[in-house]
Design a protein around this ligand. Structure first.
Ligand SMILES: Nc1ncnc2c1ncn2[C@@H]1O[C@H](COP(=O)(O)OP(=O)(O)OP(=O)(O)O)[C@@H](O)[C@H]1O
Ligand SMILES: [Mg+2]
Length: 333
């Protein structure tokens, strides 16, 4: 299913064009996808040999979990669908929702069940399924976890047209912010790995201590059987100021580039000073929503200018040197 040239490093190179930072998550995801398809190619349907490595992406809000999966799906030429755990938890007909997601996978595979059976399902906001008291049994997150367990493990599911789809070779990627997990990890870390001699490689120890342990996830509210189906865990980290600056201006489809194109369409040259990107990044850090607020802040800056420019064909250039100063509108020569 996966083209020969789609190696883990090729996947990472593609992701790099759109997703800034998060190197670890990119690598883990790329290797998981690659090895999944290599396993299918090597072992076929021999279930004994083929233990599936579903992936869990954990990281703060607005740091690129959904973006990573969307970008991955654009690159891979395998059927790919996304489902949202929040909406699964809100319906009383969880199994029908799951069935509908599988049906969408078949549609993405142009009706080929064979191909859909080797697709990828991304389940976002998985942390919203945590076990909590005071929910009615029918729609509790726990019951959704149980419903998902079955298909993640691999089971035949009957579709509307009476065909069966077998989910055992479908790769599941789950994502969630897991707010509060850091605190749980900090508490359990003292039982973790501690350097016992001066020669101990501190980097390795740091890595082991940073790992999300299955027990941390139980404590958060995922049931053990569910965590057991997500053997690969990749973490995303808070974005630094420099990364936020890059997000505004570097990716192929970045906010800044989009507006440069829009202004170019008006015959206007838009120039924004690097300092402005830094000012925007600083505000975004205060908002604590990762990269999510960048667009809003940038658009607030651009809106009054874009309101004026189309009515004034004599403007040839717009220069913005600070978020807190008026833009300079320069006439055509
Ligand atoms: N690492 C990144 N590189 C480039 N853009 C990013 C990155 N992280 C976030 N963004 C931008 O912020 C937006 C929100 O990110 P995304 O939807 O991936 O967040 P998330 O991690 O899924 O958060 P949540 O837990 O709230 O769902 C993206 O559409 C993208 O524009
Ligand atoms: Mg998301």
């Amino acid at each position: 299913m996966l083209a020969r040239e789609t190696t883990p490093s090729a996947i990472v190179r593609y992701l790099d064009q759109y997703v800034i930072g998060q190197e670890e998550a990119k690598k883990v995801l790329a290797v998981a996808v690659y090895s999944h398809y290599r396993k299918i190619a090597t072992f076929g349907h021999d279930q004994e040999a083929m233990a599936k490595s579903n992936v869990l992406l954990v990281g703060p809000s607005g740091t690129g979990k959904t973006l990573l999966c969307d970008t991955l799906s654009r690159m891979l030429k395998v059927p790919f669908v996304s489902a949202d755990a929040t909406s699964l938890a809100q319906t009383r007909y969880v199994n029908e929702e799951i069935e509908a997601a599988l049906q969408r996978l078949v549609d993405k595979a142009d009706g080929s069940i064979e191909r859909a059976q080797q697709g990828i399902i991304f389940i976002d906001e998985i942390d919203k399924l945590k076990v909590s008291d005071g929910q009615s049994r029918a729609i509790s997150g726990e019951s959704v976890q149980h419903a998902l367990l079955k298909i993640m493990e691999g089971a035949p599911v009957k579709l509307k047209d009476q065909h069966y789809i077998d989910t055992r070779n479908i790769l599941f990627i789950c994502g969630g912010a897991f707010v509060g997990l850091e605190n749980i990890m900090a508490r359990t870390q003292s039982f973790g790995f501690i350097a016992t001699s001066a020669d101990d490689n501190q980097n390795i120890l740091d890595r082991l201590n940073q790992r999300v342990k299955p027990t941390d996830l139980f404590e958060f509210g995922l049931i053990p059987e569910f965590t057991g189906r997500l053997p690969v865990i990749a973490r995303l980290h808070d974005l630094s100021k420099a990364m936020l600056v890059s997000i505004i201006s570097v990716p192929k489809n970045s906010i800044y580039r989009q507006y440069v194109e829009i202004f170019r369409g008006e015959g206007v040259d838009l120039q924004v000073a690097p300092r402005v990107f830094e000012q925007i990044a600083e505000i975004a850090i205060e908002y604590k929503t990762g990269a999510r607020s960048l667009r809003g802040i940038f658009e607030e800056l651009i809106t009054p200018i874009l309101y004026v420019v189309p009515d004034h064909p004599e403007i040839g250039k717009v220069e913005i040197s600070s978020l807190f100063e008026n833009a300079r509108l320069v006439g055509r020569k």
